[in-house]
Design a protein around this ligand. Structure first.
Ligand code: BG6
Length: 484
């Protein structure tokens, strides 16, 4: 046969997480407060971080409560990283994605001197990973801008934040240059435009149009910071790889009606726009029309376009949890669904998770093929997983066959995409150890292969217990995906 039969040799198997959802230790060893640590348990006003106002932030910074703001306690990785990394090694992990917390390095984002204790923490993490031959994959910005900068610059809305951000990236890219080969700039840069961690707290005096204007301007600053970080990395270590990262919303037209098709294409482009900029190095033409139609003007400096063009990323990484439906003529029986901040409609062919995310393994194959056709750069799945409620049995086991089914059915489609010819670096599931969910800030929505004994009310020993999925994934890795 002249096509790949399965996962290639050197394929990176592992898992992924983010600082603010695991670390805890929010106020120790010189760490400053991040915006994520100001999001209330259960999700700000029951939805996402999208609604955090300046008033909410002012209250949060005065509070010392970890219970109210669960991303302050995470799963205590800060103190338990040795045990957690050992558990990953037991599963045979070859790669682990984590993020560096900017406010652990520069407590206010732009302090004169970095916090050496914060830098040493990540030294210890990377060394521990290498002890087990686990490749660190590192996100520079994962939803946790230092809150001091949110006050000072309204987050990414003010261009001045770029110099603070790129001082941070220059420092960590250099510091860890011989420990980390795979980097990525902004986690899910597409969803970032809708959250306060990107654009500052919601200002109630702003009109919808002004909000949109502000968000796309803030995004432009992120694109520039991303291009500068890519340039920095390539200068520091030409062998290292920088990726962009999006939350992929595979989009389907609701029916064969052409009006659904054109809508699906337009909405899909609002997702593809981000890798279009970061991989092709320029704003795509269709966005000019979008900006014009919405009265948006992006302020750019004379060198910006050249900077974007010259400093494109080396690979495309993405999270994949679900797909979405574009419906041009919804009726009252069509249910609206919002996942990861993308709006869509119900899909009668798919079932949802307990949190209503539609489960669509085939969509992952479609995504992989579309990405490969469009960009022809290496792809990297850096998040995929199931948030569910787990029951601890009396003999202290978790029989999470639903999670195994989820991961297995997605991996089957990944295998098909590899046979289709897609160049895929690896698969990192979300997440090896239970953590605080991002959108709803709770422990109850569990993603882990390892259970963490901690509930939404703060009860529990924090002990780690491998679930059934732990043993299943170990077998998958051992056979390089031959046995799914
Ligand atoms: C992705 C984020 O959007 O989805 C993660 O990069 C997040 O930070 C994950 O945890 C799952 O979402 P949630 O809201 O269920 O934790």
């Amino acid at each position: 046969t002249d096509y790949p039969q399965s996962f290639p040799a050197g394929f990176l198997w592992g898992g992924a997480s983010a600082a603010t959802q695991i670390e805890g230790g929010w106020n120790v060893d010189g760490k400053g407060l991040s915006g994520a640590e100001c999001i209330i348990a259960g999700g700000q006003k029951n939805s996402t971080q999208d609604n955090v106002t300046k008033k909410d932030l002012l209250l949060a910074v005065k509070s010392q409560s970890e219970m109210k703001y669960p991303k302050r306690h995470g799963n205590d990785f800060y103190h338990r990283y040795k045990e957690d990394i050992q558990l990953m090694a037991k599963m045979g992990f070859q790669a682990y994605r984590l993020s560096i917390s900017w406010s652990r390095i520069f407590p206010h984002g732009d302090d004169e001197k970095p916090n050496e204790k914060g830098l040493e923490f990540y030294d210890r993490i990377f060394d521990e990973l290498h002890r087990y031959n686990i490749e660190p994959v590192v996100t520079l910005f994962h939803y946790d801008t230092p809150v001091a900068l949110t006050f000072k610059y309204n987050g990414w809305a003010d261009r001045k934040i770029i110099s603070a951000a790129t001082r941070y990236t220059q420092l960590v890219l250099k510091r860890y240059s011989d420990k980390v080969r795979y980097w990525m700039t902004f986690n899910e840069i597409n969803t970032g435009t809708t959250g306060f961690h990107a654009t500052g707290a919601v200002d109630s005096d702003l009109s919808k149009h002004e909000q949109l204007q502000l968000r796309y301007q803030a995004l432009h600053h992120q694109f520039i910071a991303s291009a500068i970080a890519t340039k920095q990395l390539h200068q520091i270590n030409p062998q290292a790889k920088m990726g962009c990262m999006i939350g992929r919303d595979q989009t389907y037209p609701a029916t064969a009606n052409p009006s659904d098709s054109i809508l699906a294409q337009q909405e899909d482009r609002l997702n593809l726009f981000y890798p279009d900029v970061q991989i092709r190095g320029e704003y795509p033409e269709y966005m000019n029309r979008y900006f014009k139609d919405h009265g948006i003007k992006i302020k750019m400096k004379p060198d910006d376009q050249q900077l974007l063009k010259k400093n494109t990323v080396d690979y495309l990484s993405f999270s994949y949890y679900t797909s979405r439906v574009s419906n041009s003529r919804p009726t009252s029986s069509d249910k609206k669904i919002t996942v990861n901040m993308a709006n869509g409609f119900n899909n009668p062919y798919l079932e949802g998770t307990p949190w209503g995310w539609l489960i669509d393994p085939v969509g992952l194959r479609v995504t992989l093929n579309e990405f490969w056709d469009r960009y022809h750069v290496p792809l990297f799945i850096v998040e995929n997983g199931l948030g569910a409620v787990d029951q601890l049995t009396n003999d202290r086991k978790i029989h999470d066959d639903y999670r195994i089914n989820y991961l297995q059915s997605h991996l089957e489609q990944v295998k098909e995409a590899i046979k289709d010819g897609v160049n895929l670096i690896g698969y990192l599931m979300w997440s090896p150890i239970d953590l605080v969910s991002f959108s709803t800030s709770e422990m109850k929505k569990r993603y882990g292969l390892v259970y963490v004994d901690l509930d939404n009310d703060g009860n529990g020993s924090l002990n780690r217990i491998p679930k059934d999925s732990f043993y299943w994934y170990r077998q998958v890795i051992k056979t390089n995906g031959l046995k799914l």
